[in-house]
Ligand binder design. Sequence first.
Ligand SMILES: Nc1ccn([C@@H]2O[C@H](COP(=O)(O)OP(=O)(O)OP(=O)(O)O)[C@@H](O)[C@H]2O)c(=O)n1
Ligand SMILES: O=C(CO)[C@H](O)[C@H](O)COP(=O)(O)O
Length: 452
Amino acid sequence: MELGPPGGSGPAEPGPRLRGLRGADAAASASSLSRFGAEAGCRASAVAAVLPAGGSGERMGVPTPKQFCPILERPLISYTLQALERVSWIKDIIVAVTRENMETMKGIIQRYQHKRISLVEAGVTRHRSIFNGLKALAEDQPNCRLSKPEVVIIHDAVRPFVEEDVLLKVVTAAQEHGASGAIRPLVSTVISPSADSCLDHSLERARYRASEMPQAFLFDVIYDAYQQCSDYDLEFGTECLHLALKYSHIKAKLVEGSPDLWKVTYKRDLYAAESIIKERISQKVCVVMDTKEDEEHVGHCLEEMLKTELNHVKVTSGQDLQQIILEQCYNFVCVNVMTSDFEETQRLLNMVEESNLSILYPVVVISVHFLDYESVPLGQKMEKVMQIREFAKEAKKRNILLSGLLIYFPQVENNRGLEEQKLRESLRQGTTIISALIKERNSGLIGQLLVA
Ligand SMILES: Nc1ccn([C@@H]2O[C@H](COP(=O)(O)OP(=O)(O)OP(=O)(O)O)[C@@H](O)[C@H]2O)c(=O)n1
Ligand SMILES: O=C(CO)[C@H](O)[C@H](O)COP(=O)(O)O
């Protein structure tokens, strides 16, 4: 058994601890949270998590085990680790991986700066992997370097969208009942076929639920169950709650989980996961204004149009960039009026880079240039503007997706009505392009100079 570095400090991502909670739920959770928090000092490691990650992902049908498949170039398991380490009251996270993937896993922990992780060797079945993870936390094991938690969460490494509120619900229920697990309504009816592939009987769908993860247990309840269970259970069992019932006589409390708790199983699930992640990181856009321009300039018109096009998206002017970066905004539109240099964009790129914002997600930066390329031939500006390719190549190495956008900005006064109409059309087109770059995060378009 290999144990990784002992505990780290803060969460991978700062950010609100009670995200997603409402009203009474939030209040109840806040008091439970502070209990864990307050007690953490005197009763370290009250809650730990075990993540089985030793499968081969046969149903995915690709050579790489699914937990290491990339989503936006980052392995799936890193998203799950991030979701757990964001929860400050989970003190230790034990990950079970196969011996052959141990170095890959260490590389992931280092590259994405995961904290509080210990590694153990996986078993040949999921139950055996979980058992190995539990042993790393048990006091009766030789060379035990971690302290036994009061409650242990078990969560599949391939369920990346687990939120703090459901973790808290299962942990709190486990404290009261000894065991708890998240459930979802069934989407299909469960039927039992006979030996000749005919319908034997079907279950009444409304009476059954799908058992999902996370699950949580008083540590002694689940560890005792695993110690007693048969080889048959370890070989063919799929349900930890069942082991707690069969061997520790504990009836688990079931709590309603969110639809995003599903387990990435087939290839299409990777695409679904990617869409969810893209949607989440596209929610906030920061428009960085050209500081030399006044309040009325075209940048503000663009901002207004973006607000309309990107429904529910918060568009912020970039006065306090540091703060906006800290709040984890992954999309920046840098507005340059009548200039083809990249001073402002460069300044923004430096700040994003220094913040380490792009370690976990690709950051989109669009350098927008308002130019009057009908009266001043584009060729004269082109040489400078084409430097974007070089900037983009460098930025890509730091996971920043930089592209350029030219928006026609007429300066001639002779036919004001017509020019204004042309500007509005350009702005509309520009807004559509920006929206697509942010939502799609297509790395094939980086370094390109798009024309609205
Ligand atoms: N020997 C095993 C088998 C599975 N798992 C883990 O258990 C979780 C859920 O199992 P499942 O979805 O069945 O994963 P795989 O066994 O990898 O998938 P498949 O059944 O398609 O081969 C996954 O995180 C998987 O890595 C594990 O730790 N050790
Ligand atoms: O949902 C679950 C717990 O109830 C497990 O994720 C599921 O049972 C794992 O089983 P398998 O490894 O056979 O896919």
